[in-house]
Design a protein around this ligand. Structure first.
Ligand code: NAP
Length: 266
């Protein structure tokens, strides 16, 4: 980012990847941050610890009025300027389809897809006005490959990726760069990956929120179209297309059970 004022809004900034992203962006001269999530105390603490101006808004992004509240906050506190929108807030509630049914799919879609689309719709006029500007959508490797008990989460991230790619093409002529980051296993409050971190032979596949934050920086201000974190996770996406039956065999076989994780949402 250049040293003139650049306003960046990060959703899900109270913990994990969003918090690490706020800390990473705050290092860039001229940055002003808007931190969004539900837990106000965590947002306030983070804002007060950052080396740049940071405001916060405690809001449930699935609420009907959330997008307008965020927009009103930007108008009131930052003169309606917005140069970077990081759509990061999200969660997972593991369940098979037989157990969770449509209710579990709906819950994932409401937060991981609908809330992102609704917020982007409300803020796109500001991003266009501030162009060159950027949107970063935090998807997931689970938006490329699906495993047992992650179907509802994967469906929401597959949807996000499809929408992201279309928006990339549509907004390019308007100077709004749209990119995405696809994390693999990252140890956070919502995705603790405890089962993987407990075993020596799976511990190495779990990465840190700071690495995702750096990728978000590369995609947003840096202008990349997409980044897997860690990078080798791209192989899972490639093999799903090139070797579908092999990928299916691996993901439904015995070794795949070592990749089963519980989430903070449960
Ligand atoms: N960690 C991983 O392994 C992993 C892998 C792939 C993709 N991702 C994606 O990365 C993103 C960030 O996840 P994370 O790993 O950093 O998990 P996290 O630490 O649990 O962070 C999730 C954030 O979303 C916020 N949030 C949840 N529900 C919300 C709601 N209804 N309204 C507003 N904010 C809400 C939470 O804050 P409040 O509770 O304060 O609202 C929190 O700040 C998610 O989109 C996730 O799907 C994570």
């Amino acid at each position: 980012m250049a040293s003139r004022k650049r306003v960046a809004l990060v959703t899900g900034a109270s913990t994990g990847i969003g918090k690490a992203t706020a800390i990473r962006l705050a290092r860039e001269p001229g940055t002003e941050l808007v931190l969004v999530a539900r837990r106000e105390e965590l947002l306030r603490e983070l804002a007060e610890s950052l080396p740049c101006r940071a405001t916060w808004l405690a809001v449930d992004l699935t609420a009907a009025e959330a997008p307008e509240r965020v927009r009103a906050h930007l108008e009131a506190e930052h003169g309606g300027a917005l140069h970077l929108l990081v759509n990061n807030a999200g969660a997972a509630w593991r369940a098979s389809f037989a157990e969770g049914g449509h209710d579990n799919v709906r819950r994932h879609m409401e937060l991981n897809f609908d809330a992102v689309v609704r917020l982007t719709e409300a803020l796109l006029p500001l991003l266009r006005k501030a162009a060159p500007s950027a949107i970063v959508n935090v998807a997931s490797t689970a938006g490329r490959v699906s495993r047992a008990r992650t179907g509802a989460y994967s469906a929401s991230k597959f949807a996000l990726i499809g929408w992201n790619d279309s928006l990339y093409a549509e907004e390019k002529p308007n100077g709004v760069h749209v990119g995405m980051v696809l994390p693999g296993f990252i140890a956070t409050e919502g995705f603790p990956a405890t089962e993987l971190r407990e075993k020596a032979f799976t511990r190495w596949i779990v990465s840190e929120p700071e690495k995702v934050a750096e990728a978000i920086y590369e995609v947003g201000p840096g202008g990349k179209a997409e980044r897997y974190v860690p990078r080798p996770y791209a192989l899972a996406a490639i093999s799903r297309i090139l070797f579908p039956s092999l990928t299916r065999r691996v993901l439904t076989g015995g070794p795949a059970s070592n990749l089963t994780t519980s989430t903070g949402g449960e």
